[in-house]
Design a protein around this ligand. Structure first.
Ligand code: ADP
Length: 512
């Protein structure tokens, strides 16, 4: 493999470019008009324009991407995550074009593409799934029958689902008909497939997933778990490895289950089996993600294995040199820094990034797809960057993450930074007492009392100016003028903080 086209954008495109460079492989970026000056375009060895900003006219145009790879003389395509990464037809088309697909075989994507098919496969290989059906529901009466058998609440799920779409919790029989209809409609709109099945709704489990690597020579290993319970609307916000709830024995058992599922699907390359882990240590297979995941760096930091490099090496035919499952070393944590305003119900924020201060120091990793001058639009995912830390223990990782978040400054739009700081300060989070409903329960107290950082900065500047004026008032006035007259009247400005916030911003820009 000498040249790889990366069919993605943002931080994951940069991540793959970095892996290519370390392996001596050339990289080709693709971009939409919104990304013409994006960091991934600048960093790659070559770049090819796809089309207008909407994904449907650019990053989802599989045929354009394959043509770009051929024109550039690339011999492989890395899909990243999202976009075309889990489309069976694309994996097949890449292979049919004579290119190497850096991912699992199209057949394995197909086997895991439907949640009901994946459940059936898991059950056949002795891997527990959440109690429920493995075939689509015909009507509400059938769903009520199943729910009566397992007990309410139950969860309706789209077979083709992803990103939490087409899911509905049903707490009593009377809600079933409307919920089923809503789930089917949402599934049809999102996936073009209205198949919906039902499973028991587990109260208060953790989301724990197992990273696997499988080569083309029959070796498949588990790289341990990631804890991804801090979720909002079924979307992960903070991930860590290992999980505070997983013992060495449980890790072995879950790892073995994940490897069984992967082998049964004929899996190759990097993949993830997602499980729900109940308080009684019982675990249930949810689905397999047949791609590299956003949260892969926490596994890299505790195993010392570069997952993206191994994706490339496995696709190139190399054998995995690891003979046994790897035990985690220390603790890693990741915060997804998004352009969302947590104090305003996570309202998406858009704009031009005016200034970035990137955290540094021991154990800090910054995987970002944006820089100063980047325009953040509503065309793509709101994730700007991932802040990842490593430390010997969980408590030290939390302290380090807090320190790194404190260093982080992004100006020009709202970000989730403050929210992440509050989570790191939360005593329940610090104790590891989290489950998938924890964040929704805790959110009001996490974001409620937050003073925006700019107001805090502004108040500090106002206080400093007041102190300075006091000092000058105590000093004898020079003959040629009044020093206190040159200082703004800080006291008058205090009730109205906006101008001070602007001043703080200008100062930060100038100091940079
Ligand atoms: P998607 O593919 O849409 O992301 P998943 O099956 O991975 O759907 O589920 C997404 C999230 O929904 C999980 O991480 C978990 O938080 C929650 N969830 C899924 N199944 C159940 C269940 N049976 N009981 C309770 N929560 C669930």
């Amino acid at each position: 493999m000498r040249k790889v086209l990366i069919a993605n954008r943002g931080e994951i495109a940069l991540r793959v470019i970095r892996a290519c460079r370390e392996l001596g492989i050339a990289s080709v970026a693709v971009f939409s008009d919104a990304d013409a000056r994006a960091p991934h375009v600048r960093e790659a060895d070559e770049a090819v324009r796809l089309g207008p900003p909407p994904s449907g006219e650019s990053y989802l145009r599989g045929e354009l991407i394959i043509a770009a790879a051929q024109a550039a003389g690339a011999d492989a395509i890395h899909p990243g995550y999202g976009f075309l990464s889990e489309r069976e037809w694309f994996a097949r088309a890449v292979r049919d074009a004579g290119l190497i697909w850096i991912g699992p075989p199209a057949e394995a994507i197909a086997a895991m593409g439907s949640k009901t098919a994946a459940r059936t496969l898991a059950v056949a290989h002795d891997v527990p799934v959440v109690p429920g059906t493995t075939t689509p529901l015909r009507d509400a009466a059938e769903a009520q029958g199943v729910a009566a058998e397992y007990g309410y609440p139950v969860l309706l799920k789209a077979a083709a689902g992803g990103g939490g779409k087409g899911m509905r919790v049903v707490r009593e029989p009377a809600e079933m008909a409307a919920a089923l209809e809503a789930a089917q409609r949402e599934a049809m709109n999102a996936f073009g497939d209205d198949a919906v099945y039902v499973e028991k709704y587990i109260e208060g489990p953790r989301h724990v997933e197992i990273q696997v690597l499988a080569d083309a020579h029959g070796r498949c290993i588990s790289l341990g778990e990631r804890e991804c319970s801090v979720q909002r609307r079924h979307q992960k916000m903070i991930e860590e490895a290992p999980s505070p709830a997983v013992s060495a024995d449980l890790r072995r058992a879950m790892g073995a289950a994940a490897v069984r599922v992967a082998k049964a699907a004929g899996y190759q390359n990097a993949g993830t089996c997602e499980f729900l882990l109940a308080a009684d240590e019982r675990f249930y297979f949810l689905e397999m993600n047949t791609r590299i995941q956003v949260e892969h760096p926490v596994t890299e930091l505790v195993t010392g294995i570069d997952l993206v490099q191994w994706q490339l090496r496995i696709a190139g035919g190399e054998r995995l040199p690891f003979t046994s499952s790897i035990d985690p070393r220390g603790w890693a944590m990741e915060c997804r820094i998004t352009s969302e305003d947590a104090s305003n119900d996570f309202l998406p924020s858009t704009g031009r990034i005016e200034y970035v201060r990137i955290p540094g120091g021991p154990g800090v990793r910054w995987d970002s797809g944006v820089g100063v001058g980047s325009e953040v639009t509503l065309f793509y995912d709101p994730m700007l960057a991932k802040l990842i830390v490593w430390a010997p223990t969980r408590a030290e990782a939390i302290a380090r993450m807090h320190r790194a978040l404190d260093e982080l400054t992004i100006q020009g739009l709202e970000t989730s930074r403050e929210f992440h700081l509050r989570v790191m300060e939360d005593d329940e989070f610090q104790r590891g007492a989290i489950d998938i409903q924890w964040l929704e329960r805790r959110l009001p107290s996490l974001v409620g009392a937050t003073a925006p950082r700019e107001q805090v900065e502004a108040a500090a500047i106002a206080a400093a100016l007041l102190a300075e004026r006091d000092r000058q008032r105590r000093t004898p006035r020079p003959a040629n003028g009044s020093p206190s007259a040159s200082a703004p009247d800080a006291a008058a400005a205090l009730p109205e903080l906006q101008p001070w916030a602007r001043l703080a911003r200008q100062r930060a820009l100038r100091d940079a």
